[in-house]
Design a protein around this ligand. Structure first.
Ligand SMILES: [Zn+2]
Length: 351
């Protein structure tokens, strides 16, 4: 098993998905929809409880209010248990939400690998095992939701060297696994630190659309961000490990478009910086267990949950009402970017 995979090499064959010049900023909302687990403990095959799925209603209603159809990328414990399926089936049937697949290998059959932090990134698994796990998950979703998923997000952003061909074989069209600005190699995961936040076409015939989780280094030293962050882990720069000093000075901060660990001011700074760089597509993401207090480190109490939902509301309001952006889904966006790609650049002249 590989200790680390390098997506910058793995997906070297890709091209930026250019947006039409008049495209309003596009907003996607993605929920990693999964079992509750102890974020500070080793991975556990038996942690399959999906009780927190009963509490996703408040967030769905917030999305409904703004006309946002969130994408729930669901993993095996959610897809295979009634408690996980119930509300999602209703939302999907009403056209209020979209269902995709999310692979957490340690709770996704077949169970053949040892459970370690390296094997928790599905892209690190041997080719055949990654394939059989994703096949089983895809079929479970199809069986319970009546439709085969075409949107994938690797658990732990763990896209690997075999993932592209696997997605193609299983009929996937969209991948949400990229996590720009974050280097996960210390834990055995991929290095996304130099990855762009813009969507891209990849795979044979550039048929697959990659839409990254929105993240970036922001600030006047942002170009040096990846190098600073990797240097910061080693002496003599370990004093900036937290990034606090640099970030207080406005030099560089690493931001993600998520209510988990980031505040509305971060969301705005990140979005403004990326808009200035020409990025038009924004993917706001969170984990479903954060919607029940006590399940993730980000939401420990009812008061924190209210604050969490409020920060989502603030961003949606700002993006859709003040900025003039539009809510979209991965499938709608793919269609739009694909149409733009195939349009002739000059209007055809009559012979
Ligand atoms: Zn996950």
């Amino acid at each position: 098993m590989q200790a680390s995979s390098r997506p910058t090499v793995l997906m070297a064959e890709r091209e930026e998905a250019r947006a039409p010049g008049d495209l309003a900023p596009q907003l996607l909302v993605v929920l990693d929809t999964e079992e509750e687990f102890d974020w500070n403990a080793p991975f556990d095959r038996d942690a399959r409880s999906v009780e927190a799925m009963e509490d996703i209603g408040a967030f769905q209603e917030l999305c409904d209010e703004f006309g946002i159809r969130p994408t729930y990328v669901i993993d095996h414990p959610v897809a295979s248990q009634e408690r996980g399926q119930r509300l999602l089936r209703e939302y999907a049937a009403d056209g209020r939400a979209v269902i995709g697949a999310h692979l957490h290998p340690w709770v996704s059959p077949p169970f053949e690998e040892g459970v370690t932090s390296v094997s928790s990134y599905p892209g690190n698994l041997p080719r055949e095992l990654e394939a059989r796990k994703l096949e089983a998950l895809t079929e479970t979703i199809e069986e319970h939701f009546g439709r085969r998923p075409t949107i994938y997000k690797a658990g732990r952003y763990g896209f690997g060297p075999h993932t592209t061909t696997l997605l193609e074989r299983l009929g996937y069209e969209i991948d949400l696994s990229a996590c720009p600005a974050f280097d996960l190699t210390a834990d055995g995961g991929p290095d996304w630190s130099r990855w762009s936040a813009a969507p891209y076409w990849f795979g044979g015939g550039r048929h697959l659309l990659g839409i990254p989780t929105t993240g970036a280094f922001v600030g006047w030293l942002s170009k040096a961000g990846p190098a600073l962050h990797s240097a910061a882990g080693r002496p003599p720069l370990s004093w900036i490990r937290s990034g606090a000093l640099l970030s207080r000075s406005g030099a560089v901060e690493r931001l993600m478009l998520s209510p988990e660990g980031y505040e509305p001011a971060h969301h705005l700074r990140l979005t403004a910086a990326l808009l200035a760089r020409g990025v038009r597509v924004f993917s706001f993401s969170l984990h479903s267990p954060s919607l029940r207090p006590g399940c993730t480190p980000y939401v420990r109490s009812q008061a924190q949950l209210e604050r969490f939902i409020r920060s989502c509301r603030q961003y949606f309001e700002w993006f859709l009402e003040r900025l003039g952006g539009e809510a979209t889904t991965p499938g709608e966006l793919r269609e739009r970017l694909d149409t733009h790609r195939t349009e002739p650049s000059q209007p055809p002249t009559k012979a």
